[in-house]
Design a protein around this ligand. Structure first.
Ligand SMILES: [Zn+2]
Length: 329
């Protein structure tokens, strides 16, 4: 394979949830006077998460994800508040509301057979609780908005599920403007986690390997993927996952791009890998099917003119891996 010289903007920036150029003020998070001043400023804005869903405000033909701080705080019991970062205009905070702020609106269909319940905010039924995947896939928000919500959701999800010290079991409390939890009992400090996932295409000359799980829509194939394990390199994880899922051996591994994936807190590490064998043996517990696709087939898939197969959504890094491979000489 011939790899093009990297150019700016990096390919990573084209993936969903990646467009997030805020100054995170990471060296100033322990300056509580500064954090309070930022929060009290009329320029402060908040995004609000309830039960892992962002609160969205209908606005004109679309939606907005931003609230004033006081309005956000009035939406329900605020469990945690974290500083997400600043740009030239605003300081952005993420607020996590208690689960009780939302409830399911009872609305069965006429037959009573189909569960059509909608999650709504008790205090403001005029606002929507929309899952972040739908927001990105349906294009409800621009890329910057999706990036900010992705950061907020991953961070606040971690707070919601790490309320007790993993060392001694005592309650822990938010610290460092939301980027740490401290245990008053044993003094342990806990930091938000990011889970690395390798996602890759094995390449054999003019063909690349893709698979599909039973959960995918009809005809959709995508890159293989799996969690990187403790003690493992990126290259090692790529080789192991491809071998486990498809039986294909892999030699050299090339990094292409990465993507924050807030479901709940992954970092997708996108790679191309040089296949050294070609006979596929599918792991049926992981995949429904796997097969080689030629560049012509992948091009037709990306251009939505393949009669049988479709690519992953452009929000996902898998789409951009395919695009990178097709564009390579
Ligand atoms: Zn502790």
């Amino acid at each position: 394979m011939n790899f093009p010289t990297p150019t700016l903007p990096e390919r990573s920036t084209a993936t969903g949830y990646a467009d997030n150029p805020l100054d995170r003020l990471s060296e100033k998070r322990d300056d509580s006077a500064l954090i309070e001043a930022l929060m009290a400023s009329p320029q402060a804005r908040a995004v609000v998460i309830v039960r892992d869903r962002p609160v969205m405000r209908p606005r004109g033909d679309g939606v907005s994800h931003l609230f004033g701080i006081e309005e956000a705080q009035a939406l329900g019991l605020v469990r945690e508040t974290a500083l997400l970062g600043c740009d030239a205009d605003h300081a952005y905070f993420g607020l996590l509301l208690d689960d009780s702020a939302a409830e399911f609106e009872e609305k069965a269909d006429e037959t009573g057979m189909v569960d059509t319940r909608r999650l709504v905010l008790r205090s403001r039924p005029d606002l929507d609780l929309t899952d972040l995947r739908s927001i990105a896939v349906q294009g409800l928000l621009d890329a910057r908005g999706c990036g900010l919500l992705g950061e907020a959701k991953s961070l606040l999800y971690w707070h919601a599920r790490h309320r007790f010290c993993s060392a001694c079991g005592s309650p822990s409390t938010l610290a460092s403007a939301g980027w740490r939890r401290d245990c008053a009992s044993c003094k342990a400090m806990h930091f938000p986690r990011t889970d690395p996932v390798v996602i890759m295409l094995a390449v054999d000359g003019d063909r690349c390997l893709m698979g599909r799980s039973g959960r995918f829509g009809k005809g959709m194939y995508s890159a293989l993927a799996g969690f990187l394990e403790p003690g493992e390199t990126i290259e090692g994880a790529v080789r192991r996952e491809i071998k486990e899922e498809s039986g294909i051996d892999v030699g050299r591994v090339h990094y292409v791009a990465s993507q924050p994936w807030p479901f709940p807190s992954s970092l997708m590490i996108g790679c191309l890998a040089e296949a050294t064998s070609t006979e596929i043996v599918i792991d049926k517990t992981e995949l429904e099917d796997a097969r080689w696709f030629t560049k012509a087939e992948v091009t037709a898939m990306l251009e939505r003119r393949h009669p049988d197969y479709s690519p992953p959504n452009p929000v996902a890094i898998a789409y951009h891996l395919l695009k990178a491979w097709v564009e390579m000489a």
